[in-house]
Design a protein. Structure first.
Length: 379
């Protein structure tokens, strides 16, 4: 029991200092003061906290609450290459969660990026892989003497694959345009090459132009499809990319030389030198997961040409076509064909680059995704 002294401040109307009036009240019982326990919540003023939380959630703000789970998922959806294909877009959120888990340890991150790289390459090669499967399957299983020839079946099957991929949105219309252009360019070269005996198609067929079954154009189209899909899946950016007019002239020169070297001097060596001159300083930036990586673009051309050479060996093994040295039995395609496929890669890349318009990395060097209006990566 204690007495509480209550003091009041009374302000005088005069300019003198206030007078303190004190009086003693009757005794009242004050509640005991108890220090807060660690196990009990401490009541806080919520109004200031609300303003702090709002500031914490502001872009560029300091320490605060974690963003809502939808925000990183929306960011992943806007940056993922899978967004271009409807059947893949539904898996973006799940894939982002797996990636976040993999990033916790270096070993799992390396393994995750390795698997992710392989899946992306497989998706980019989808059309070409299906064509190779058709070549192998018809070589092993297609009945000899069937009313529909093997080559004609391959033509119809390739058209059906295109229709199904477009209907199922496994392929975009932009990619279909690339495939059509490559089909025309490849078929024209095939008609000439078979007429001069560079290679032959030994089986009979109805759907052909000269000595060329129409399915061959789809094999060239598979290369263009692969490049176009890789461009989107890996979000290509380029430094020191050659100007597109010069790239177009180089591609045209290579294409003309495929015809002209049968009659005049072969210009492959000057064309190799021109390719190195144009692309010697060019680097391609690509994104497997979240980190940007880079490699010399010439190295990329060489690796793709090597895999095309492997695929060509499979094609000749299935007797879909054959070179003169394979008339009496299958043998490896000469390694000298690697140079031809390397030059063909330049033609293929030039056509896709004309459609996609190469973009530079961001000025800060982080290679964040550039807007479609970003400056071309030339110079």
């Amino acid at each position: 029991m204690s007495k509480i002294k209550v003091c009041k401040i009374k302000v005088s109307r005069s300019k003198t200092s206030p007078r303190r009036l004190c009086q003693t009240t009757s005794p009242i019982e004050a509640p005991p003061i108890k220090p807060p326990s660690l196990a009990e919540p401490v009541a806080l003023n919520h109004a200031p906290r609300a303003s702090v939380e709002a500031g914490d959630r502001a872009p560029g703000g300091g320490r605060g609450d974690a963003p809502a789970p939808a925000e990183p998922l929306q960011a992943a959806a806007s940056q993922s290459g899978a967004r271009h294909w409807a059947p893949l877009s539904r898996f973006i959120a799940q894939e982002a969660r797996i990636g976040a888990w993999a990033e916790r340890r270096r070993l799992t991150l390396i393994l995750y990026e390795f698997v992710r790289f392989g899946i992306k390459q497989g998706w980019a090669s989808l059309f070409g892989a299906l064509l190779l499967a058709l070549l192998i399957g018809t070589h092993l299983l297609y009945p000899r003497g069937a009313s529909l020839s093997r080559y004609d079946f391959l033509v119809l099957a390739a058209i059906a694959i295109q229709a199904v991929m477009l209907a199922a949105k496994l392929e975009t219309w932009e990619e279909a345009k690339v495939i059509f252009i490559f089909h025309v360019v490849g078929t024209a070269m095939e008609v000439f090459k078979t007429s001069v005996g560079s290679w032959i198609y030994p089986e009979a067929s109805f759907l052909r132009i000269g000595g060329v079954p129409l399915f061959t154009g789809f094999m060239y189209a598979a290369i263009g499809s692969y490049i176009a899909r890789c461009w989107r899946l890996f979000d290509f950016r380029f430094s020191h990319h050659p100007p597109l007019p010069l790239l177009g002239l180089l591609g045209l020169g290579i294409y003309v030389n495929f015809f002209a070297h049968h009659y005049v001097a072969d210009m492959r060596l000057p064309l190799y030198a021109a390719t190195v001159l144009l692309f010697g300083r060019c680097w391609v930036f690509f994104k497997v997961w979240r980190r940007w990586r880079r490699m010399p673009l010439l190295l990329g051309f060489t690796l793709v040409a090597l895999f095309i050479w492997f695929a060509e060996n499979i094609g000749t093994f299935t007797a879909a076509w054959m070179y003169p040295h394979q008339r009496h039995g299958w043998a490896l395609v000469p390694s000298s064909k690697l140079g031809a496929w390397f030059l063909l890669m330049i033609i293929s890349y030039a056509l896709v680059a004309m459609l996609n318009r190469p973009q530079r990395p961001q000025p800060d060097g982080q290679c964040a995704a550039a807007a479609p209006s970003a400056a071309p990566a030339q110079g």
